[in-house]
Design a protein. Structure first.
Length: 160
């Protein structure tokens, strides 16, 4: 792996990398994260009784919308076509696990989009439950896997 910073020009200034010469390939990225919440919120999520409404549906839609807005939020991220967004929110005993896979057929990857999906879904979930649990915690947001492009398949090492 190169130690060269591709998003810096020869003077050290930020730049958007020119990807025009790269091959268009199908690319995916999968990211995950979690929102730790109180037992009361877990019970409400499982029973469908969150006071503000269907918190999981709102988080899911917020995440999908976020994928499409990633270049507006991450300054050097290329605007690319998003061809698919899958997102799951699984209610566990002490947290909600969030996982998203984003797909494109373009010249650059979708890692930032997958991370943004998870981040914004987590934020929306916190917003929906904050009246019941103002201490909810977002954590562990990370890329799990990416495919496509020159480097092909990459999976997060088990120790990281």
């Amino acid at each position: 792996m190169s130690t060269e910073f591709t998003h810096l020009n020869s003077s050290g200034d930020a730049r958007m990398v020119n990807v025009a010469g790269k091959e268009i390939t199908t690319r995916t990225a999968t990211a995950s994260g979690r929102v730790s919440v109180s037992p009361e919120v877990i019970a409400l999520l499982r029973g469908g009784g969150v006071p503000k409404g269907d918190a999981l549906a709102v988080a899911r839609i917020a995440g999908i919308q976020a994928a499409k807005r990633t270049p507006d939020l991450v300054p050097l991220c290329h605007p690319i076509a998003i061809h698919g967004v899958d997102i799951s929110l699984i209610v566990n005993d002490d947290h909600v696990a969030i996982e998203s896979t984003v797909t494109t057929a373009d010249r650059t990857g979708v890692e930032m989009e997958a991370l943004t999906v998870v981040s914004v879904a987590a934020l929306a979930l916190v917003d929906m439950v904050k009246a019941v649990d103002p201490a909810a915690v977002i954590s562990d947001i990370k890329v799990l896997e990416k495919t496509g492009g020159k480097t092909g398949l990459w999976n997060r090492p088990a120790d990281r």
